[in-house]
Write a protein that binds this ligand. Structure first.
Ligand SMILES: CC(C)(COP(=O)(O)OP(=O)(O)OC[C@H]1O[C@@H](n2cnc3c(N)ncnc32)[C@H](O)[C@@H]1OP(=O)(O)O)[C@@H](O)C(=O)NCCC(=O)NCCS
Length: 226
């Protein structure tokens, strides 16, 4: 559940193998993973771009709300918490190595209003794997903005960063987020029962994933009709 970059960044993997990992495995083929987007990234209705101090009030409008934080790792934020992150993890504008993440503000192109943020975290260069997350202001839900922004993040992950696999981890109770992952074409891979002690109770996690091959299939141009 990674919709907040700092907690995710704090989980930087140390590369320690599990039962089936590590060993003498070679790094997966492909160029070194690097992402230096040109901002803003434009979609049909949105602009995606790094967050700045000028966004503080609009960030607080949704990141301070308990309902927004219910299923995500961060607590409701105050001005000081937002300022700390803007000065630190949220200031990143590129990904140059594993353990780094990018958080981008989601702005309505028509009005300039900041309505949420999305993020991309590079887990492993060796396995070419990344994770995505999303947070939307409840004042702007129900219009497909989070889906549109997250889809743009998947474009960054597969088309620009060139990862092999992207995951999204969702609290099983977070049905809006489950639907969003499904709308993105992500495949439900696992249900992890009570895998985390989360905000005072055990929580179940649903893992979604998308492979580069699946992404390419989804985005293949339809064959021209004769
Ligand atoms: C998860 C979250 C981003 C989903 O927000 P959302 O508003 O449902 O998502 P979207 O902006 O993509 O809107 C999709 C909804 O709008 C509807 N919609 C309307 N117009 C649409 C369009 N043009 N395109 C897509 N969906 C559209 C969809 O049908 C969908 O509604 P439904 O889920 O009831 O079927 C939001 O609930 C949130 O930020 N929660 C708090 C943070 C959080 O939990 N993050 C996830 C951590 S894993």
């Amino acid at each position: 559940m990674p919709p907040d970059i700092p907690p995710v960044e704090e989980r930087v993997e140390d590369g320690t193998p599990g039962c089936e990992g590590g060993g003498a495995a070679a790094v997966a083929p492909g160029p070194p993973l690097l992402l230096r987007p040109t901002f803003p990234i434009r979609t049909a209705r949105l602009l995606l771009r790094p967050l700045t101090a000028a966004d503080t009030d609009e960030l607080l409008e949704y990141r301070s709300l308990p309902e927004v934080c219910r299923y995500v790792p961060f607590l409701p934020m105050d001005r000081a918490a937002v300022a700390r992150r803007l000065a630190d993890a949220w200031a990143r504008t590129e990904i140059t190595g594993e353990g780094q993440g990018l958080i981008l503000g989601v702005q309505l192109a028509e009005t300039g209003r900041l309505v949420g943020d999305v993020n991309l975290f590079l887990h492993s260069q060796e396995h070419r794997s990344a994770e995505v997350g999303w947070v939307l202001s409840p004042h702007h839900s129900g219009h497909g903005y989070a889906t549109e922004a997250a889809h743009a993040i998947l474009h960054l992950a597969f088309d620009d960063l060139k990862v092999h696999r992207v995951i999204a981890r969702v609290d099983a109770r977070n049905l809006a987020s489950v639907r969003l992952a499904q709308r993105l074409g992500m495949r439900r891979e696992a249900l992890l029962l009570e895998n985390e002690w989360f905000k005072g109770g055990w929580s179940d996690e649903i893992d979604f994933a998308l492979l580069e091959s699946e992404w390419l299939t989804q985005h293949r141009e339809p064959a021209a009709t004769p």
